[in-house]
Ligand binder design. Sequence first.
Ligand code: CU
Length: 765
Amino acid sequence: MNRPIVRLLAVAALLAGCGPIHSQAQQRRPRNFEGPPRLTEAGRARPAAALTGAQPCDPGTVTVKGNLVSVEVHYKLADFTMYNPDSGVDDRLMLRSYGGCKSGPLLELHPGNTLRLHLFNDLSADDPSCYPNPPVGLGLFSGVGCFNTINLHTHGLHVSPAGNSDNVLLNIAPQTDFVFEFNIPDDHPSGTFWYHAHRHGSTAIQVASGASGVLIVRGDRPYDPKNPQAPADIDTILHDKQSKPFTEQTFLLQQISYACFNNDPTVAGGKWQRIWTNVGPFLTPPEQRVVPAIFDQASAIYNNPPSGPLSPPAYSPFICPPQVSDKNASVGVIENFGLQLFSATIWDTNGRFTSVNGVVQPHLGADQATAIKAGEIQRWRFIHAGIHDTVNLEIVKAPQNSPIATAELTGNRQAQVKDLARFCGDVTNPQNLVPRLIPQFEIATDGLTRRTMRSINLPGGSPGPPQSNYLQPGYRSDILVVFPSEGDYCLLDQAAPKGMRPINGGAGGGQGPSAPQLLAYIHVQAGQTVPKENLEQYVRQALSDNNPSLPADVRAGLRQGNLTPWAFVPSGLNKDASLDPAPATNVQTANFAITLQGQFQINNASYDPNVVNYTRQVNTTDEWLLTAGPATPTPNNEPHIFHIHVNPFEVIDITTADKFGSQASIFNPDGTCKVFPDPLGIPPDSQGLANQYCGMWHTFRDTIFVENGYQIHVRTRYDRYIGEYVLHCHILDHEDAGMMANINIVPDLKAPGGGIGMTGMKHSR
Ligand SMILES: [Cu+2]
């Protein structure tokens, strides 16, 4: 914080009645790690009412009959609490959510299943954000609104985009219900997927409220040496010597950006105009607001913002004042798009904490249900279900004398840094953490099994901090993890240095938050001690030893980290990348840019639901060239995140300009990342921005970060399904603001109408 803000804190304390800033670790409050909420078998007793809040978390019901999995979920206003380390209390929230839970129910499916999902939209039909002339106080951007209207996207599933399947062009109005039916083909890969609300205009508000859940496809297809190209599930080899599956943990990482508002009923313009921050209640931008007299002081701050590149409330943590200091204070909500979501830096500065399955800073290994032993291999599934910021995952061993076992981190993220260093080690200097960094052995990216197990524990290819597990919104990463010894560990969202946060000279974007954050505590019990440097070989050897029935050459491959027998490839491709067919010749482009006028565009156009931006033919393959930012950079330059529905893509290459202005690959010919500065002077990556692409060479994904100044070359096959679907930026407020495009897959590009319908057939009178 710079000095003017500190000066204004006195005003803040006066207005907010807030206490002193916490900076001392306090007695630990137990918050055990919990997995995602589970569906109840239909007909069984439902969960009892929660102790706090008006409604219980009731994730919904499931009925399984053969291949048909029927699920009922209610989308409703949820009344629950979430621990806030900044104030040290549980904040009461009122958010749109699945089943009144902090995250949606876990959906577990198998290839060949039909998921029949009956979604009830129980939200109020009186939705001011959906009025023809919505209140200006809501901070709605063009195209944004109808926060009570939903649909549902199965992110990463290879299913039909049409009809009542994965069709995000549907609008499920409040007080109605709809039955989705997803037919998961029997050759579908097993893996980690997720689902979330995706109705254009309300996607960001709803996902930021926690409207997301985990979807796991489990598979039991063993590798068949006689048919090596048939789909095989890595699930079949992830077990101990007695064939007991490795213990599994799922981490749905959410960025729930709630805030409390002053809703003075006498003020024109309706609710949700005045957001409480630690420097007072800020208002919807001046040209759109009505200034109440009691907020003159806050208005003065607004009109004379502290120096610096950011304007309020983009630099001010949100607070929830005690009701006694503001009788019109609301509980925590997400209702104002402009104030709560629409800033490149707002997640970093709003003071909220990334939660794990709805719990802030949970304690994994605290109870028998989540116990971990040293030397035990576990499978962890990470899902980035946030809407904004990179999560830069690191696992580090806590120092011997760490107070982690008894004490609690309090204060906002900035205030926690000092205590975090006592808990977890020298977090402000990631190089110093290297000796205690626990490697993550990545077996799947975006749910799809990799051809090789990737060890994430090495210094990156570029200058800068060691390589981390960089997760962008929408990404998944499945890892095998094994703890070398008994003790305490920290799951960190490591900070990124300024150069890796390129927006506004270090304020946002890029590869991590500005301050490190503790995501979870981990306690590991005594077991088999394994020297850290031996962990990789230990895991590889265990996979080989625990699967004695596999052919000798396949087991030898496992000892080298070779996962090719279980690797995902789309139909028509070989699991062995060296046998891939020649590159496709058709190149589609998608350039993500924010104009100087603040329009959010792909290829110079904001989303128009009535326009088909790409028409392609089913069962053909294209290359795509993805870029971010206009040819001439503007102050609005931001990186973006490409996501396309229905079919994953293969990362072919990532290039950037060399000193001669030509595009040069960041990869060596063997797929490893170049170490910069390259002796030939290419490419000049002094900031380490290329680090997050290390390990992506020829992987299959459905979501990828598009950094300014880089060209992302991917290849995709429009396999099996026809119909219209979307590609978009997975910074979801960008998507709502227009950074989305329609793609229509047709049977035959050369036929009339693409082969859909027969021209002249339809008449109406
Ligand atoms: Cu974007």
